[in-house]
Design a protein around this ligand. Structure first.
Ligand code: 5GP
Length: 138
């Protein structure tokens, strides 16, 4: 079954389109947690950023960068958050890779607050952890 973004891409569901080319679509998020909140996605279906091929990922991120720049220069945003939830455990609700581009006008405004609480690292072996992740990149 098609996910909701595939239906939007195919024109079966309306959306407010910001940008479109052969590979990439950008639409306003229906929720608008701040004014100009945009979703950038590949037209081809990938479940998340994790499974997106690098050529397409590059195209998506280049458009996301341009949209963030426009939010600053045209909408007057003072900053921009980029967010890509990957998987349900990370809060992804639509299983089609997308990047949120969220303009920020005033610190702490709107329906979005990024709060990173540190865990106790005393029981984590950080050098081992770094090696485990790093070895996977070789
Ligand atoms: P996620 O939680 O997967 O990172 O983000 C999904 C986003 O898609 C949410 O911010 C939600 O508001 C948005 N969304 C869900 N359904 C629609 C829709 O039909 N149209 C648009 N434009 N956005 C949608």
């Amino acid at each position: 079954m098609k996910d909701i973004f595939c239906k939007i891409i195919d024109g079966e569901i309306p959306s407010t389109r910001v940008y479109e080319d052969d590979d990439v679509l950008a639409i306003l998020d229906i929720s608008q947690i701040t004014r100009g909140h945009t979703l950038v996605m590949p037209k081809q279906h990938y479940d998340s950023l994790l499974s997106c091929p690098k050529e397409i990922l590059t195209k998506v991120m280049m458009i996301a960068q341009r949209i963030g720049q426009a939010e600053v220069s045209i909408l007057g945003a003072k900053g921009v958050n980029y967010l890509a939830n990957c998987g349900e455990a990370a809060g992804q609700t639509v299983p089609h890779f997308h990047v949120h581009v969220i303009p920020r006008y005033v610190a702490g405004e709107g329906g979005f607050r990024l709060e990173m609480k540190s865990q106790d690292t005393s029981k984590m072996n950080l050098p081992m952890l770094a090696k485990e992740i790093g070895d996977a990149l070789k």
